[in-house]
Design a protein around this ligand. Structure first.
Ligand code: NAP
Length: 247
């Protein structure tokens, strides 16, 4: 088990499921402080846990949290929404994007100064549906694919500032979110443990459960991953807002 002694960690969606397991795992690994971002008040018996009211779609709450937390080593963008849909209601797609894409983007931008200062890490909890959509949750799958692209761009853009950005491709895990999905599921505790191991081992892309693990080697040696690395080496446009070279 890798150590988090002395580290300050923020987990969004910390009150249940994988987020709650991440809080417990961070404490077990010796974290100095765990900020538990939740939409409703959340009490924890360990004095190292500080609750923050934090809906990731709420810009004012996000800003307030960023002003409250002056030092941060790891930001875990874990909060997620998942609803069954058939792409027939734009509001459902917008809701998924608001939480899973824009929420992740908003949080990382808000905490960037602290993460640059600590040479810290961002952990974006994605899904194997970022690679292949599940037809019963297309809006969710779209939002996770978009958040994957966001992660790749953040990784390239923030590397020069010493901030690592991890993608976590989570497979079916036994939480409220996947309650109605009939498949073998990993325990949230083992997923949380594998996530912190992956961060400690500097794995850009973390496959934290038996199902996602089957994809790890193939992804890491894929032409798509090679292209991500190649493009990352090109760097960003010197003047944001100007027209890029077509590809
Ligand atoms: N479980 C799986 O099979 C699975 C598979 C792949 C990926 N994942 C990903 O893993 C992450 C955690 O999922 P989970 O399985 O633990 O789900 P979960 O048990 O349904 O928990 C979701 C968490 O996200 C919070 N949340 C939802 N909308 C939010 C918002 N706008 N602002 C802040 N928090 C919000 C929820 O808070 P409330 O309690 O207030 O609703 C809850 O704490 C998600 O990103 C999910 O997409 C899960």
């Amino acid at each position: 088990m890798t150590d988090l002694t002395g580290k300050n960690i923020l987990v969004t969606g910390a009150n249940r499921g994988i987020g709650r397991a991440l809080v417990e795992e961070a404490l077990r690994r010796g974290a100095a402080r765990v900020y538990a971002g939740t939409r409703a008040p959340f009490a924890h018996p360990d004095a190292r846990v500080t609750n923050l009211i934090l809906d990731v779609t709420d810009a004012a709450q996000t800003q307030k949290a960023a002003q409250t937390i002056t030092s941060l080593d790891i930001l875990v963008n874990n909060a997620g929404a998942a609803l069954y849909d058939a792409l027939d209601d734009p509001a459902v797609l917008e809701h998924h994007l608001a939480v899973n894409l824009y929420g992740t983007h908003r949080m990382t931008q808000a905490f960037l100064p602290q993460l640059v200062s600590s040479s810290g890490a961002v952990v974006n909890n994605l899904s194997v549906t970022a690679f292949a959509p599940l037809p019963m949750i297309p809006a969710y799958s779209i939002s996770k694919a978009a958040a994957f692209s966001l992660t790749q761009s953040q990784r390239a853009l923030l590397a020069g500032q010493g901030v690592r950005v991890h993608a976590v491709f989570i497979g079916p895990t036994d939480t409220d979110m996947s309650r109605d999905f009939d498949a073998p599921k990993a325990a949230p505790e083992s997923v949380a443990s594998a996530i912190f191991d992956g961060v400690a081992n500097h794995e850009e892309d973390i496959f934290p459960d038996p199902m996602s693990q089957t994809m790890a080697a193939g992804w890491r040696s894929s032409p798509a991953k090679a292209l991500e690395r190649e493009y990352a080496g090109v760097g960003s446009q010197p003047e944001p807002g100007t027209a890029p070279t077509p590809v």
